[in-house]
Design a protein around this ligand. Structure first.
Ligand code: ASP
Length: 632
């Protein structure tokens, strides 16, 4: 019975809202199938309706039903299409005198009003079935109707195909959520999280522990939001992640912790970032990198929606050094090639000034990528048929040109992009160009990245420290200061700390970082040395953690998956805002409620806070570099 209900649900979402709804419907039903193998969800328990709009079929013929939903369409005051989260159903508006009041209710109610109707499920007259509509064989012959709440004139139509700006969607998010697409995204998210809980708690004995969101400043890492307190000059900070708590839970003997954790980072806006976001946060005692990797591979395999294809495990892995050298980034998109090639040796005896210059420097290299069919989209620099169209062409000796072609294996219509400079800078430049070129080629119809492909990759062997951006003479943690050094590099900590690799691993999916974690330092002395001596942090801020490590802390490690980003990639949504019910705008504002908002001075008094209003010049500077936190 369940599978026929599902098939129905599938078709239920398919019409008449067009192709998106069709795709959405198909995926929704398939993923429902995945999570509901064990029990069929009872969708009409405890409520006024007997059935959902989308579930009715010929098998319900003759049944008396009560439905609740929103008016999607009305035709000639004869038909009305009612919608709920599960689909659409046609309601026959009674035309006889005796039912005049029912007719009036159903004909007067504006679109998107919410109504309750009761009546009988009947067959549509022969020839009037709608095969595209999952409920298209039947209709509801209404006996009674009640207008539960009328709807005012809407700011936009609730139809997926109606284009609306994102700002308008966010301003009226509660209406935007009625769309099939948003319903699909949020329901798929809920199902994946449910499966993750099931896998972690029921299959592997993890304990779901909530950790505080009112906390104190953590040294290193992202910028934190601050919350005033009633103690003069004292502030809480919102945690950028439950990192310290999860480690302390290991000291506390919890052994296996997880949490669907809300994290806060006061960082600049980026398309795939939100100031508050959710992590699947995990920590385990007595584990090594292999253990964490297998756990995550199993977790993703188990929670993956069945219609997105199987997840192949184990995921491949690549060292940080290899990722940088071949892809110019620590999060390579491995769905396509166009890898970076070191061609320094080809140009060893070059007469081209900038190449000569670069190669004479200690870290100097020449690197290239080959863009297949790139001649379609880029001005040609060096043609494989030797008809070189470039100002430097005459300086490139015949032999070098041929060497380059041989090395890059480029074809007639390919384009080779070449850069010279210090290894890391040259690679990261070509890494960016590689992605830009992929976008350009795809815009021209060359398919490089299969949208149905999910390419997972572990990136490992990161350096433990990186030179600080603002002061390259100082070090900062590549991951966070609690990450353990690679056992084979520990001896370098006191002599050449910048050469120490770490036990940090990142999970990358299609070129996006969807997770990261590490094996932690569980030795208080080593932790203190790294914080105090190498990172020059104020250890007083972390005295509780250092103390805890001294009381028999078990070896431990963990990881956090960025849930919003992961769901965004799974659903193929254009932005992470599309998989969050109430996201902040690009500039960190809630466009619906207008947060952050002003607070009257008298309400700030208990916190001993006074606003010092910015000057015009400061305001201008901030608008170029927008803050997205309450001014306090
Ligand atoms: N807390 C880390 C983060 O948010 C993840 C981890 O190391 O487990 O990136």
């Amino acid at each position: 019975m369940f599978s026929s209900w599902l098939t129905g649900l599938n078709r239920g979402l398919a019409t008449p809202t067009g192709r998106i709804a069709q795709l959405v419907g198909r995926s929704l039903s398939r993923s429902l199938q995945l999570s509901s193998r064990r029990s069929v969800p009872e969708l009409s328990s405890f409520v006024a309706r007997t059935n959902t709009c989308g579930e009715l079929r010929s098998s319900h013929l003759g049944q008396e039903v009560t439905l609740c939903g929103w008016i999607q369409y009305r035709r000639q005051n004869i038909f009305l299409v009612l919608r709920d989260f599960q689909g659409l159903v046609q309601v026959l508006i009674p035309q006889d005198e005796s039912a005049a009041s029912v007719k009036k209710i159903l004909c007067d109610a504006p679109m998107e009003s919410v109504v309750q109707v009761s009546g009988t499920v009947v067959s549509r007259p022969p020839g009037q079935e709608n095969p595209k509509m999952p409920t298209g064989d039947i209709e509801i012959k209404v006996k009674t109707a009640e207008l539960l709440n009328p709807c005012k004139k809407l700011p936009f139509e609730i139809k997926d195909f109606m284009k609306k700006t994102e700002a308008l969607r966010l301003q009226y998010r509660y209406l935007d959520l009625r769309s099939f697409q948003m319903q699909y995204n949020l329901r798929l998210r809920s199902q994946m999280v449910m499966k993750m809980r099931e896998y972690l708690c029921n299959l592997h004995g993890f304990v779901d522990v909530e950790t505080p969101t009112l906390f104190k400043r953590t040294p290193g890492g992202a910028k934190e939001f601050v919350i005033p307190s009633r103690e003069p000059g004292k502030f809480y900070s919102l945690p950028q992640s439950p990192q310290q708590f999860k480690q302390l839970l290991m000291v506390g003997g919890l052994d296996r912790y997880f949490q669907v954790a809300r994290c806060y980072r006061d960082e600049g806006s980026r398309p795939d970032r939100q100031p508050e976001f959710t992590q699947i946060d995990i920590e385990m005692s007595f584990v090594d990198q292999t253990g964490i990797r297998s756990l995550i591979e199993g977790l993703l395999q188990y929670s993956w929606p069945s219609d997105k294809g199987p997840v192949g495990v184990p995921f491949p892995s690549m060292t940080f050094a290899e990722a940088l050298a071949s892809y110019g980034t620590d999060k390579p998109d491995t769905r396509f090639g166009m890898k970076i090639v070191d061609i320094s040796d080809v140009f060893r005896n070059t007469e081209v000034g900038f190449l000569q210059d670069a190669l004479s420097k200690p870290q100097g290299t020449v690197k290239a990528i080959c863009i297949p069919e790139g001649a379609e989209v880029l001005p040609v620099f060096l043609k494989a048929n030797r008809n070189w169209n470039s100002p430097v062409a005459k300086l490139v000796m015949e032999e070098q040109g041929l060497g380059l072609i041989r090395r890059m294996e480029n074809q007639e219509e390919d384009v080779v992009l070449l850069t010279a400079g210090e290894h890391k800078r040259a690679c990261s430049l070509l890494g960016k160009l590689r992605l830009e070129c992929a976008d350009l080629l795809e815009a021209r119809g060359v398919l490089l990245r299969d949208p149905a492909l999910f390419s997972f990759l572990w990136v490992v062997d990161f350096p433990l420290f990186l030179p600080k951006e603002e002061n390259p003479g100082e070090l900062e943690s590549a991951h966070h200061p609690f990450t353990a050094p690679h056992p084979s590099d520990i001896h370098l900590l006191h002599t050449e700390p910048e050469k120490v690799r770490s036990q940090h691993y990142d999970l990358v999916l299609n070129g996006s970082e969807v997770g990261g974690g590490s094996i932690r330092i569980h030795d208080a002395q080593l932790q203190r040395y790294i914080l105090e001596t190498l990172l020059k942090e104020d250890v007083k801020l972390l005295s509780h953690l250092l103390q805890a490590l001294d009381y028999g802390a078990p070896p431990h490690g963990g990881i956090a998956l960025g849930l919003d980003r992961l769901i965004c990639l799974v659903t193929g949504a254009p932005s992470i805002r599309d998989v969050i019910a109430f996201p902040k705008s690009f500039r960190g504002q809630d466009l619906m409620s207008d947060a952050p908002d002003f607070i009257p001075p008298e309400d700030l008094k208990p916190y001993h806070i006074q606003v010092s209003w910015p000057t015009d010049a400061e305001t201008e500077k901030n608008s170029l570099n927008p803050p997205h936190h309450p001014e306090s």
